[in-house]
Design a protein around this ligand. Structure first.
Ligand code: RTP
Ligand code: MG
Length: 141
């Protein structure tokens, strides 16, 4: 992936609110190309493992509950400076603090139900992509 790829998840609130397509359109408008995608309903075990880094945080049970509340959509995205650019495009964790025009400002409900996930480093992007996709499921080139 070498800096050109990142992993995002369109979260269950976006699906429940009928905003998944609009969010993907905004990502494409921001220069990202979709290299892999799937729609899935995470199990408690999957959501718990994906967010294991937050296990000791007070919001963890609520986060796992939310991420298993309905379908979500992991995608591998590509463009220059992918990780940092996507973090800018999604905006701050809390939509009340997110900049105008960001995914979370436009489409998130709250700090917990915040429409989208994005990897926060190249290393995590690689690890998170492998969490959802086999190598053969991600477009090469
Ligand atoms: P993400 O990992 O989903 O891209 O979000 P993030 O980096 O902006 O935020 P992070 O601190 O990694 O938190 C992960 C997710 O946990 C939920 N959260 N709820 N109620 C709360 O105080 C709270 N804080 C975090 C959000 O869904 C957040 O995206
Ligand atoms: Mg995070």
């Amino acid at each position: 992936m070498a800096g050109r790829r990142t992993l995002t998840i369109v979260k269950p609130d976006a699906f429940a609110n009928g905003k998944a397509g609009l969010i993907i359109a905004l990502l494409e408008k921001s220069g990202f190309v979709i290299k892999a995608s799937r729609v899935m309903h995470l199990t408690q075990a999957q959501a718990g493992e994906f967010y294991a880094v937050h296990k000791e945080r007070g919001f963890y049970p609520e986060l796992v509950e939310f991420m298993t509340s309905g379908p979500c959509m992991p995608l591998v995205l590509e463009r220059d400076d992918a990780v940092a650019t996507l973090r800018t495009v999604i905006g701050a964790t809390d939509p009340a603090e997110a900049a105008e025009g960001t995914v979370r400002k436009l489409y998130a409900e709250s700090k917990g139900r915040n429409a989208i996930h994005a990897s926060d480093s190249d290393e995590n992007a690689e690890r998170e992509a492998r969490f959802f996709f086999a190598e053969a499921d991600v477009l090469a080139g």
